[in-house]
Design a protein around this ligand. Structure first.
Ligand code: PLP
Ligand code: COI
Length: 366
């Protein structure tokens, strides 16, 4: 586990022999897409049993050498985070709630029997990468620098037990829209597969959850949808979340509902921020249960007026259409609703330093 000494770790900066040219970088920033282009550098910090966190380096982004028996390659001891750095209205740079990501990272680490990382060290590693690669932060509206901190088990050992060595790594990727289609609202497919069961790893951000979501997500794409929505494992009745986003349901009476955190859903930081912003808007915000059947009925009667997905990558994205084996319905007009747009605008304005940050969410890094 993390020791106090880990908090004061010194970083070594390794020289970069060949950073991208200004031309290459400008071409990427003009059209960043999502997740396909990367900055020049990465942070690596090592952990070994008995020694704790050590050997913190900032160096060129490059392939990592792993023993073929490394535990991550066999038993998937891997966790990750996703957060963004935003250009602020005043030209400075800020992260959004990075300590919340650090805390969630440690909850994931505990569930995957991995060492925790001092929250300050997590934030420092991210800050350092953003500083050194600040030229990679896109300017365009809706664009940002996506940061991907992750941890892998590196010990070469084929017995099934927690590994005794790990690497914590941070990479960065200029990001535009998560959804390629650029459609005003996304359409989602109700999966027959289960994402997470009670007692499982649904609340952890571990790679295995996403590996298991690829077949269901592929089915959604094959059927012409953008994303998959998962129902609960026990009754296959209650709506949980999308493959990589939480969900919100808005009703005509001013109620805004999101599935409660039962242990099978990821505790989204966007979800949490919107709970606060929606309460400030005077909405009756409820964390509870909502069934697929009720969703369909309420969309048909007009009681449900909007549904939206939210997450770091997807920000706030309206859901227009829902299809499954026995259901097909449209929400509202099938396009973006007013409340979705209003909450998105409020969140984005805070993230970009265009609205006052009354909650201490904006973490400036100069
Ligand atoms: N749910 C899942 C399964 C996710 O992968 C994500 C993305 O991180 C979210 C929800 C949204 O979480 P956040 O708002 O912290 O990005
Ligand atoms: C994020 O929103 O940061 C995620 O990790 C979701 C993933 C599907 C890109």
């Amino acid at each position: 586990m993390a020791s106090l000494a880990d908090a004061g770790l010194k970083f070594t900066t390794l020289p970069h022999p060949a950073p991208a040219s200004d031309e290459t970088r400008e071409a990427v920033l003009a059209n960043p897409g999502f997740g396909t282009n990367f900055t020049d550098h990465m942070v690596v910090i090592e952990w070994t049993e008995g020694q704790g966190w050590h050997n913190a380096t900032m160096g060129p982004r490059e392939p990592i050498a792993l023993d073929p028996a490394a535990a991550v390659l066999h038993y998937a001891q891997e966790i990750f985070e996703g957060l963004k750095a935003y250009k602020q209205a005043d030209g400075s740079i800020a992260l959004f709630r990075p300590k919340a990501n650090a805390a969630r990272f440690n909850r994931s680490a505990e569930r995957l029997a991995m060492p925790t990382l001092p929250e300050n060290l997590f934030v420092e590693a991210v800050e350092r990468l953003v500083q050194i690669d600040r030229a990679w932060i896109p300017d365009a509206e809706g664009a940002s620098l996506y940061l991907r901190p992750f941890m892998i088990a590196t010990e070469a050992f084929l017995g099934v037990r927690p590994a005794k060595s790990y690497k914590f790594i941070v990479i960065a990727s200029p990001a535009g829209n998560y959804f390629k289609s650029g459609a005003p609202a996304v359409s989602i497919w109700v999966s027959e597969y289960t994402r997470a069961a009670p007692g499982g790893t649904g609340a952890a951000k571990c790679g295995g959850n996403y590996a298991a979501s690829l077949v269901p997500q592929g089915e959604a794409i094959d059927r012409g949808h953008d994303q998959v929505v998962f129902l609960d494992a026990a009754e296959h009745k209650w709506i949980e979340e999308l493959g990589g986003m939480n969900l919100y349901f808005a009703f005509e009476d001013g109620t805004l509902l999101t599935p409660a955190l039962t242990g099978t859903i990821l505790a989204g930081i966007t979800r949490d921020s919107l709970l606060t912003l929606a309460r400030e808007e005077g909405l009756n915000v409820v964390e509870g249960r909502y069934s697929l059947e009720q969703w369909r009925e309420d969309a048909a009667s007009g009681k449900l007026v909007e549904t939206f997905a939210c997450g770091t990558a997807a920000v706030v994205t309206p859901v227009g259409k829902v299809s499954g084996r026995d259901v097909e319905f449209t929400i509202g007009s099938g396009g973006p609703g007013q409340l979705t747009q209003k909450l998105k605008n409020r969140l984005v304005a805070i993230q970009r330093g265009e609205a006052e940050d009354t909650h201490g969410w904006v973490h400036k890094i100069g």
